[in-house]
Design a protein around this ligand. Structure first.
Ligand code: NAD
Length: 257
């Protein structure tokens, strides 16, 4: 399908799922804006590489998604935002009575509130362009819970709720809002959880992957960043024009259990 002439802004996209989605969007012909809070040569090189590989315009814009004004500035600097992918996210694992307050605040800000700010800034651009797609990367944890992930589960449930509201507020317009709910995808965010889990349960890496991470993923396979990108591209297609206000699970059967 061709997304030629559309601009996709993907938050938190210098690694993992966000980068995978940016690449699939570029393959489909969209110009892309990738983002993170860093400002390294590598970040700009990544955008240049996407542009060279896929013949689209690609830019890196630094903005910290924990700060509301920077979320809004990202969309303004992008100049156009036909497709908004709210993907930036972090994780912290601790019992709720030991959960550090700064981690709680950061997870709520980056994983949930950033989507409010970017959506508020992007909707007027979508309305002016006469077409728009809001795609929020929630999680299986937007639909179910696990212990020790209170902030993450709260934020992801919040994102799913906000997605429904945005869909209702745009229901009479050529704009849709949906959430993709991935199961486990092997990205730096998941990789970072493995050493602590190995220590906590006294397990090998393989045991953690099979018995902890993928224990609720019946397929026993990680989902891939390409599959997340492909799902996002589908949500931009005409076939998905009446899909709005819902979640699409890409979780190997997790939420069927
Ligand atoms: P990742 O750590 O590879 O990527 C996270 C991205 O967010 C990075 O590009 C990072 O630079 C960026 N980021 C972090 N803090 C930021 C900030 N303050 N401002 C701007 N950017 C910031 O992780 P990932 O696994 O690719 O996760 C991407 C999204 O997918 C997250 O919202 C995550 O919750 C969600 N998700 C991941 C999985 C999984 O198994 N990996 C499962 C379900 C949902």
């Amino acid at each position: 399908m061709t997304l030629q002439g559309k601009t996709a802004v993907i938050t938190g996209s210098n690694s993992g799922i966000g980068l995978g989605i940016a690449i699939e969007m570029a393959k489909a012909g969209a110009d892309v804006v990738i983002n993170s809070f860093t400002d390294r040569e590598d970040d700009h090189a990544l955008a240049a590489q996407i542009a060279a590989d896929h013949g689209v315009n690609a830019r890196y814009i630094q903005a910290d998604m924990s700060k509301g004004d920077q979320c809004r500035a990202l969309i303004e600097q992008a100049g156009a935002c036909d497709i908004l992918i709210n993907n930036a996210g972090i994780q912290h694992v601790a019992a709720i009575d030991e959960f550090p307050q700064d981690k709680w605040d950061a997870i709520i800000a980056i994983n949930m509130s950033s989507a409010y700010h970017t959506t508020a800034a992007a909707l007027p651009m979508m309305r002016a362009a006469g077409w728009g797609r809001v795609i929020n990367i929630a999680s299986a944890h937007g639909l179910t819970a696990s212990p020790y992930k209170s902030a993450y589960v709260a934020a992801k449930h919040g994102v799913v709720g906000m997605t429904k509201v945005v869909a209702l507020e745009t229901a009479r317009e050529p704009i849709t809002a949906n959430a993709i709910c991935p199961g486990y995808v092997l990205t730096p965010l998941v990789e970072a959880q493995i050493p602590d889990t190995m220590k906590e349960y006294n397990m090998s890496r393989e045991e953690v992957v099979e018995n902890v991470l993928l224990t609720r993923q019946p397929s026993k396979e990680f989902a891939t960043v390409e599959q997340m990108g492909g799902t996002a591209v589908f949500l931009c297609s005409d076939a998905a024009a009446q899909i709005t206000g819902t979640t699409i699970s890409v979780d190997g059967g997790w939420t069927a259990l």
